[in-house]
Write a protein that binds this ligand. Structure first.
Ligand code: NAD
Length: 362
């Protein structure tokens, strides 16, 4: 298959990638349906983006799903579908104690317990600083930090404190915290450095680092109660804000990094971790594209979105055509620094003065 075939929406290559994605989703559903049938799963931020995809996957795996979100505006169709599937759509701002108490009471009233909690709700840089998401650390205000910590850290903690109770009572449950690979430290010789600090993401990554540490420490504290607490780091995913961000960058002549993955790339690990408890995998942090690769669910390229709207297909097609030939096939599976270098080279080939991380490409 040529590179052009692999990157064009109409090509057999793109169609084959999409068909394989559907096959992988079906495979993981078949694998976990027996375990997850009838379990009660709560997904925060479940109305759209990654959370909606997780909620839909859990429904298809036979779970009784509660999707909780601060707002359902624009997600009415999904709300109706979820309710038709015997699930619950709940309005729940994770920073609001009264709404959290009411939501827990409603879930217990309806389903009697909670087996799985996915802490997915968050503000990301692109929603706090809409649409491009970029602000240098010294240009952020104390309020930016407060707002983000209120949702991503204190909100997540408030949810856990409540929804873990039924799990501790019955000595079984699974909590999955959605964090980000931007929290990672990488050893190089004698010291550690950030995986990709050039992505300019404060205070977002500070909040995700806090939730990552919480995962390890809480995970150790409650595994004896039968509760698994794990964290996952998604790949670059086309969530609800993605198209607006990519288009805003395009307006200033920048392609917003690599072609994104579809949110379904998170389903295999989400179903696997949902089926864990304190006796299984617990207290772990997983980078989803690597976990998929290690478990037969393809590399990052296998999950890239080849069904983008025409204008975005043009952006990513342009970037891919300008990327140095040799590395192109392996790009999505390269470490971040190598991906970043190739991306920068492609942007330079396109004659751009700026790249996604805000730096010069020259
Ligand atoms: N998309 C990516 O590439 C990516 C990469 C790494 C990590 N993540 C993480 O994935 C998770 C989902 O993000 P996404 O990209 O799907 O973004 P998104 O904005 O599409 O979805 C986030 C959801 O959380 C909800 N939410 C926000 N504040 C809330 C609050 N106070 N109470 C309840 N709900 C609230 C939003 O309404 C929205 O439905 C986040 O934890 C994010 O940090 C995403």
């Amino acid at each position: 298959m040529s590179i052009d075939e692999a990157t064009s929406a109409e090509s057999p290559g793109a169609a084959a990638v999409t068909a394989r994605q559907r096959e992988m989703v079906e495979r993981t559903l078949r694998e976990w349906r027996g375990e997850l049938e009838g379990r009660v799963a709560v997904v925060t931020g479940g109305a759209r983006g990654i959370g909606r995809c997780m909620a839909e996957g859990l429904v298809r795996a036979g779970a009784r799903v509660v999707a909780a979100d601060r707002t359902w505006d624009g997600a009415e169709d999904f709300r109706k579908q979820l309710e038709a599937d015997q699930g619950m759509a709940v309005e729940m701002d994770i920073t609001d104690d009264a709404q959290l108490d009411a939501a827990l009471a409603a879930v217990l009233d309806r389903f009697g317990t909670v087996d799985i909690l996915i802490n997915n709700a968050a503000l990301v840089s692109e929603t706090l600083f809409y649409p491009t998401g970029h602000r240098n650390t010294l240009d952020t205000t104390d309020d930016d930090w407060r707002v983000m910590f209120d949702v991503n850290v204190f909100g997540t903690l408030k949810v856990i404190r409540r929804f873990i109770r039924p799990m501790q009572e019955k000595k079984r449950g699974s909590i999955i915290n959605v964090v980000s690979s931007g929290v990672l430290n990488v050893a190089a010789g004698g010291g550690y450095h950030g995986l990709r600090p050039w992505t300019v993401e404060m205070p977002y990554q500070a909040t995700k680092a806090a939730v990552t540490a919480l995962t390890f420490y809480l995970g150790e504290e409650v595994r004896g109660d039968g509760v698994a607490v794990n964290a996952i780091m998604p790949g670059h995913t086309r969530a609800s804000w993605f198209d607006a961000t990519a288009r805003a960058f395009n307006d200033i002549g920048v392609v917003y990094f690599m072609r994104p993955a579809i949110a379904e790339h998170l389903l295999p690990i989400t179903l696997f971790l949902s089926a864990q408890d304190g006796r299984g995998a617990a207290g772990r942090l997983y980078y989803v594209p690597e976990w998929n690769y290690d478990h037969g669910f393809g590399d990052y390229a296998a999950w890239q979105d080849h069904e983008l709207p025409a204008d975005m297909e043009e952006m990513y097609g342009r970037l891919e055509a300008a990327m140095p030939q040799y590395e192109r096939a392996g790009v999505p599976h390269l470490p971040f620094d190598a991906q970043g270098a190739l991306y920068t080279a492609a942007m330079a080939n396109l004659g751009a003065q700026e790249s996604w991380a805000g730096g010069s490409t020259q």
